[in-house]
Write a new protein. Sequence first.
Length: 501
Amino acid sequence: MTKTVNHWIGGKSVEGTSGNWGPVTDPATGAVTTRVALASADEVDTAVAAARAAYTGGWGTSSLAQRTSILFAFRALLDANRDAVAELITAEHGKVHSDALGEVARGLEIVDLACGITVQLKGELSTQVARNVDVSSIRQPLGVVAGITPFNFPAMVPMWMFPIAIACGNTFVLKPSEKDPSAALKIAELLAEAGLPEGVFNVVHGDKVAVDRLLEHPDVAAVSFVGSTPIARYIHTTASANGKRVQALGGAKNHMLVLPDADLDAAADAAVSAAYGSAGERCMAISAVVAVGAIGDELVAKIRERAEKIKIGPGNDPASEMGPLITAAHRDKVASYVTGAAAEGCEVVLDGTGYTVDGHEDGHWIGISLLDRVPTTAAAYRDEIFGPVLCVLRAETYEEGLALVNASPFGNGTAIFTRDGGAARRFQLEVEAGMVGVNVPIPVPVGYHSFGGWKDSLFGDHHIYGNDGTHFYTRGKVVTTRWPDPADAPAGVDLGFPRNH
C-alpha cells in the first residue's frame, strides 16, 4: 500500500490541500512506495504564519537554558532512533545503511554544537570607553528562517541548519527534497517529542511553487540552501532581491591532486571511497583525480582493481557497499556521460552503464565507471555528474596540476596526496577552494568549523554551520550606555553615596 507523507505545521501533521502529489520511489526496485503532498503558496503561508506566531509568542525571547535543554533531549532521541532514521533514508534515497547511519552521525555533530550554543552567543563589553560610558555587543535572532535542502542527504543537511537556527532563537520552515521526504518528518516528530513548542519547526513539502513562495514571503528573514549551482544562483538572486539574508551552497567538481611521492595504495583507496561512496551522490565526492608525473598508469590500475570489487546492491542488504541512484532519470543522465566519453577523447577503463542487480531489474542501477586521460573539454569533466563516475587527468608538474584545479569554475573541496609537507603547505595556500584535504580525500569540516566553498560553489557571505552558522542566524547589535555616577544625584535625591562635591 502506498503511504502518504504530509506537511508538519504548528507541531502536528497536516494533510495537503493543494491536490498536488509527488511520487516517491524505492530506488532499489523502481516501485512507487509513497506519495508526498506538494504545497501550494497558501500552505507555505500557513507554515510561515505558524513559525511567526511561535517566534513572537515566546521562542524569540526564550532563555538559552530552555532552548539548549530541548536540544539535549532531541539529541538523545535522535541518537536512540538513528537506525529508524537511517532506514527511511535507505528506503527513499537508496544509499546503503552504513552510509545512512554515517549521515545521521554527521548531523548529530551539529546538534552537539547547538547544544553548546551559549558560548557562541556570548557578547562583548568594553567599560569606560569614555567617562561613565560602556559599549556592549550582543547578537539577536532574525525571526522566521527557511531551509531548502537536497535529496542526497535528507537528514544531515537539514541538521546543518535548523539546530543552530532554533538554538539562536529563530523559528524554522524546512522545505526538504520531495524525492525522499520521510526523514524530515521523522525529525519533526522527534523534535516535538523533545518538547519543542508548536510552530518552532515546520516542514512543507513541495516543488518550485513552495520554494518561490519562501523566497518572496515578507516574514521569512533568511534562506539557507544546498543544491546545484544553477539553483543556488537562482535562490541567492531571488531571495536577495526580496531583502533576505542568503547562504546558498552550490555544486562542485572536486579534484584530488596526487604527487609522484604519494603512497599510491592510500591514494587509490581514498579515490575509490571518495568517488564511489554513496554512489557519488554527494557534493564533496572526488570526481577528478589529477595524476602528476609518471604515476598515472599505476594509480589507474590500483583504482580499477579496487573499484571492480565494490559490491553493488540494495541499500538494506548488509553485503552492499553501493546502492542505486535516486531516480531512473538521474541514472540515465549519469550514464550519458560515460557512453559519450570515448567520442570526446576519454579512455573508458570501466563502463558501469547497463548494470543491473538480479531480482531488482527495475531498480535505478548503474555500475562503477572510470575514465582515464580525460581532456578538460569533455562533458564528463566539465559538469557535476553526481554519480559513480571518476575522471583521471594527467599533469606533468605540480604547477600544471594546480593550474588545472584552479581553472575550474567550482571551488568546493579539493585534496592533495603527498609525503612532502612543503608541497602540501604550498597547495593549501595556493589552491582556490573553500575546503582542502591533505591526504584526506573528503575534507568535510567537523561541526565547530564551517562548511563552504568558493567561486560557483557558494553564493552569499556565510558558510554553513560552525561560527558562520551562528553569525548567519543572528544579527549584531552594539549598545552604548552612559550612566552618571550615583554620587552625582540631583539635590534632594539621596542614594546613600557620599557626595563628590
